[in-house]
Every structure is written in structure tokens, then in C-alpha cells.
Design a protein. Structure first.
Length: 605
């Protein structure tokens, strides 16, 4: 029996893709949308239409009356699938069923893969657990039981080797210090194991829904569609083989270790082992934090053929301590410099502090070190002081219970050349919806690796809000804020900007104060490299004063401006007293100072 031709095989896969349960429901939802359905400000079906859609799709409503379509997880999953597959077209206020998609098998498979990636959280900034489970199935020979998948993930995502469930950051194996190592809690560990099991079950169900898995009596195995999905995902994460280490390392530093190695293979194959090791070590020497750790980890994976590169670095002071340690770990002769152990200790602490700097103040870092070291704390402090590491004074002050001085921090707070060269900057325009005469907006330059929670804090300072109310971000079908199962909010501390904004022109909404409902439109205007020596976040331009808190939203603010401008208005004096003003002219809705905004952001103008 001969193998079917490539064209026939593609057609067979396309038929399987269109007949999978997820796309069948997505197409039914598109037919429901038909010639048009109105959308809410958050880009989803209005509650009445959402109820009709659930009835059409056989989805059980969580409650008789919906507050929002976002309350129905199954509906939003099908909505995401239909939009990503191109079955529906979305505008700012309306959804339409798209024309029949091309029958070309490659186009069908492309739409299927986009839809699967969007629903299964495998597109931009993919879920680390789902990504690793897909990788485990892709690399497996034969099927895997659910217990085997859970065991493989637990082995990879143990403390110090995985994305921290609190901060969402991915830590490579052997990371020197993470919070769970010091303040571990057995109950929390049990909860995390239970959460992992639920996550695996959900991911398996999602892959089955898209026809990417075959379920046997006791095992699951990737189908041909599943292997296609894995290939698309891993190729999409891989940088060009011709790119430098400054492109490769940031791409893999946020991936779980097994996936990072697979993604790096095309890059590694394009050069000899010693050449690859030299590029990685050169990058690691100039980088910091997780990127330094990732570059060193990948260089160690290259094996004994990389020895010439390690030997070159072993001749150098300072960073050469990593090379001398590697040579000794391989049973090779390498003279140990007296300060090497201390230097490596400070360097490990430096990498951790670089990644935790936004979340862990120095006093807490010292508490963590004290808890871990116990009676050895004084000895560690002395070790740090005599290390010869560029950051020894900073850590010596932390260990002594003092805040590092400005002079000490001056060198370490500035981005290194390597970090600056690989960091992307997002230019965002943030406009307060419904406010005019004058409009209120800010144009910001921010690091692309911000979490949405960090973006929330930046918006608060840039606009002039007081951060005394709840908030939520929305990309049209998913909401991010303080985690809330009832409202369906995903944790905005674990979602970074590239997951929700990838290309110029894409939008995100941000609502502050669920009473006044201050809605902000966020538009990604430009993606560019960081400017050496320039700090972020930075306000580039803006217009209009921030409305007073609790003034009643856009309509209330319009009334407030009218009242303040009219001394004869019956509420004029009351408004002056409420705002603490002597006269209406003291409030200028046009007031905007770029210098003041940048001072609030903690950056020079």
C-alpha cells in the first residue's frame, strides 16, 4: 500500500480539523451571528444575545439573567475559537459572520491552528504548563497516562525550576533562590499539586476538543493534527537561526527548560558547538537576571564539545568563575581562584534580585537570606564583602540591614548594554473614553515585559488617579484583574503585555472604578527597541487633567465642569467645598504637565 500524496494527506487533515468539536461549535456560533450582532464596549455579545447564543449552542447558563457574556466560560471559549479561526469578523461595535473561508487545505489548517492556539493558551506568552504538556506528548513515543503527564510536569515545575505560581515568572533549573524555597508551606504545595491536576485535565480536554489528542483506554497520544499543532507552536517560538544570542536568549528565558531546548535547536544547529557556547557566554557576561541564567543553562547543555569555549573564559577574572566551575564539574582540571565561591554566591543573588527587584524590597530580601542562612548570616555577609563582585557593596548594605545608597545602586539600576539591546518598548496611547472638551489622554513608552498589574499601576500614576478602586483589563473576550472566579477575572499579575498586545493597532480596554466606570482605550502604536540610557516607563505626551475621583464618571464629570464654570449654579459652592477650591477657575480641565507626570512615574522628563 503506497503512502497518500502530500496533497491528499493535507486534505485529510483539513477535513479532520473542520470536523473537530471545537470548530463545529465555532461555526455554529458564526452562523448565529449571521449578518450582524451588536457588541458591548468590551467587544462581546450583549447579555440578551449571549443568552440566545447559549441556547443555540446548548450551553447551560450559570444564572437565569446574565450580567455579561464574559460570565459564560463555554460561550467565551467558542467565541475565541470562532474569532481566531476567522469565522466571525469583529469591529468596535458589531460582529459579522465572515464569508466562507477558502477550501484550500493549508488555509483551513492555518485557521485551525490559530484557533487552537488562542483557546488553549498557546499563542502569545503561552501558558507554561500547557506548553510543557504539549512538549511532553510531542517528544513521547507512544501514549501517556494522565498520571505520567502530571508526574512529568511536577518534576519540571518543582521549586526553583518553574514558573512561580505567585509571580508568574519562569525560573530555570538550579535557580539559586526563590520564595518557595525559603517560606515553603506544605498546604500550599498540596494545593499546587491539586491545581496542576486540574490544569492537566483541562488541557487534555481542550486538546481532545480540537482533535489534537487520541484517547485510548488508559492513555492519550497526539494525533496527526496534534503533532501539527506542536510543530506550529514550537516553530513560532523559535527565533531565526541567523539571529544572535541577544535575540535567542530572551526568547528562551521565559520558556520551561525542555521547551527552551527544543526551541533553541535550529539556532544551535546553525553553528558549531564551540561557536554557540562562545556566543552564549559572551551574552551571559553582559546580561543579568533570568537572561544571564538562561544563557548559562543553555551553554551547559552543549556538553563536552563546548570545552574550548569554557576554557577561554576560565582564563578571565570575575565571570570566569562560571567557566572554572563548569570545567571542574566535568572532571577537568581548572585552578580555582580564592574568591570564586564568594563571587558565584553574589552573582546568584544578583540574578535573583534582578528578577525580583519590582516585587521584593531589600529588607525582605535580607529577611529571606536570614531565614535561609540562620546562624550563618554573618559568615555570608563577610563572604559577600570579600567576593570582588561588582555588586558586593550593594549586597553588603542589604545584609547589614541598610537600604543601598544611591551611589551603590547607580551602577546596578542602569540597564546593561545587553539588556538594553534586547528589550522591546511598547508605545501606548491611553485615552479616557467619553471625556471631551478637552479629551484626556497619555502617550507612554513602557517596557514590553510589564505585567498587566504593573501597567495598571503605571496608568494610575500617568493619568493621575489615586488607585482606590477596583480595575479590570479586557481584550474583548477575557478579563484580567484581581483574580475573581465569580466574575471570571484572570490574575493580571501573571499576564504580560505581549499576551494581549502584539502588533501596532491592537487595542485593550481598561476600566477603573466599577461605580463611576472610567473606561480607557489602550492602543499599541509602536513596538521598538529600548534606547540606551533611557528609563521606562516614560510619558511622551498627553492632554487634559485627570477628573476628580468619585465625581460620577464621564457624565458626572461633564456636569462638574459645567457647575464649576457657572458661579450662579445652585451646586457651585458645594462643588468648590468638595474639591477644596476657592473659586471655579482654580480647576482647569485643560491642565497637563509632562514634567509632573514623569515625576509621578519616577522618571526624569
Amino acid at each position: 500500500m503506497t503512502n497518500p500524496s502530500a496533497a491528499a494527506r493535507a486534505a485529510e487533515l483539513a477535513d479532520a480539523a473542520l470536523s473537530c468539536a471545537a470548530l463545529v461549535r465555532a461555526r455554529r456560533l458564526a452562523r448565529f451571528v449571521g449578518t450582524g450582532k451588536p457588541l458591548t464596549a468590551r467587544g462581546v455579545l450583549r447579555p440578551a444575545e449571549a443568552v440566545q447564543a447559549c441556547q443555540d449552542l446548548g450551553i447551560e447558563l450559570p444564572r437565569p439573567k446574565l450580567r455579561s457574556a464574559l460570565d459564560v466560560e463555554e460561550l467565551m471559549r467558542d467565541w475565541t475559537a470562532a474569532a481566531a479561526a476567522g469565522f466571525i469578523e469583529l469591529s468596535a461595535s458589531r460582529a459579522l459572520e465572515a464569508p466562507d473561508p477558502p477550501a484550500d487545505p493549508e488555509a483551513v489548517l492555518g485557521s485551525w491552528a490559530q484557533s487552537a492556539c488562542a483557546v488553549l493558551d498557546l499563542d502569545q506568552d503561552p501558558c507554561a504548563l500547557c506548553l510543557t504538556m504539549l512538549h511532553e506528548l510531542f517528544e513521547a513515543t507512544g501514549g501517556r497516562t494522565i498520571e505520567q503527564l502530571e508526574g512529568a510536569l511536577q518534576e519540571i515545575f518543582e521549586p526553583g525550576a518553574a514558573p512561580c505560581p505567585d509571580c508568574g515568572q519562569l525560573h530555570a533549573p538550579g535557580a539559586p533562590l526563590v520564595l518557595d524555597d525559603i517560606f515553603g508551606d506544605e498546604d500550599e504545595d498540596e494545593d499546587e499539586e491539586a491545581d496542576l491536576a486540574v490544569h492537566v485535565d483541562g488541557a487534555v480536554a481542550g486538546l481532545l476538543d480540537f482533535g489534537a489528542l487520541h484517547a485510548g483506554d488508559t492513555t492519550v497520544e497526539l494525533t496527526s493534527l496534534g503533532r501539527l499543532l506542536a510543530t506550529v507552536v514550537f516553530q513560532g517560538l523559535a527565533p531565526s537561526p541567523q539571529a544572535g544570542a541577544a535575540t535567542l536568549v530572551p526568547a528562551i528565558s521565559v520558556l520551561p527548560p525542555p521547551v527552551a531546548l527544543t526551541v533553541a535547536r535550529p539556532w544551535l544547529s546553525a553553528r558549531s558547538v564551540p561557536e554557540a557556547a562562545r556566543e552564549l557566554l559572551a551574552f551571559a557576561e553582559a546580561a543579568g537576571g533570568s537572561q544571564r541564567l538562561a544563557a548559562l543553562a543553555l551553554a551547559r547543555e552543549l556538553g563536552p564539545d563546548a570545552e574550548p569555549a569554557w576554557r577561554d573564559w576560565a582564563k578571565r577574572p570575575g565571570f570566569g568563575a562560571h567557566a572554572r566551575e563548569w570545567l571542574r564539574s566535568q572532571g577537568e582540571e581548572a585552578d580555582e581562584e580564592p574568591a570564586d565561591p564568594a563571587w558565584l554566591t553574589v552573582d546568584a543573588l544578583s540574578m535573583v534580585l534582578d528578577d525580583l527587584a519590582d516585587e521584593v524590597p531589600p529588607y525582605l530580601l535580607r529577611a529571606m537570606l536570614a531565614e535561609a542562612a540562620g546562624a550563618e548570616l554573618a559568615g555570608i555577609a563577610e563572604l559577600i564583602t570579600n567576593s570582588g563582585h561588582p555588586r558586593e557593596k550593594e549586597f553588603a548594605e542589604i545584609m547589614a540591614g541598610r537600604e543601598p545608597t544611591a551611589a551603590t545602586m547607580a551602577r546596578t539600576t542602569a540597564a546593561t548594554p545587553a539588556e538594553t539591546s534586547v528589550t522591546q518598548v511598547y508605545q501606548l496611547k491611553i485615552t479616557l473614553r467619553g471625556v471631551s472638551k478637552p479629551p484626556v489622554w497619555r502617550r507612554l513608552a513602557v517596557r514590553s515585559d510589564l505585567t498587566l498589574r504593573q501597567l495598571h499601576e503605571t496608568i494610575q500614576r500617568a493619568m493621575g488617579w489615586e488607585d482606590c478602586h477596583l480595575h479590570v483589563f479586557s481584550n474583548g473576550w477575557q478579563e484580567y484583574g484581581a483574580p475573581d472566579r465569580e466574575l471570571g477575572h484572570s490574575d493580571d499579575r501573571k499576564v504580560r503585555l505581549p499576551r494581549v498586545l502584539t502588533r501596532p493597532g491592537e487595542r485593550l480596554s481598561y476600566t477603573y472604578d466599577f461605580g463611576d466606570d472610567w473606561e480607557h482605550d489602550i492602543v499599541l502604536e509602536e513596538v521598538r527597541r529600548a534606547v540606551p540610557g533611557e528609563a521606562y516607563p516614560r510619558c511622551l505626551a498627553g492632554k487634559g487633567a485627570c477628573p476628580p475621583e468619585d465625581c460620577g464618571g464621564p457624565w458626572g464629570y461633564a456636569d462638574l465642569k459645567e457647575t464649576l464654570a457657572d458661579p450662579a449654579h445652585e451646586d457651585h459652592e458645594e462643588m468648590l467645598e468638595w474639591l477644596g477650591l476657592d473659586e471655579g477657575a482654580d480647576f482647569d480641565p485643560k491642565e497637563f504637565s509632562l514634567d509632573e507626570v514623569n515625576m509621578r512615574l519616577g522618571r526624569p522628563a
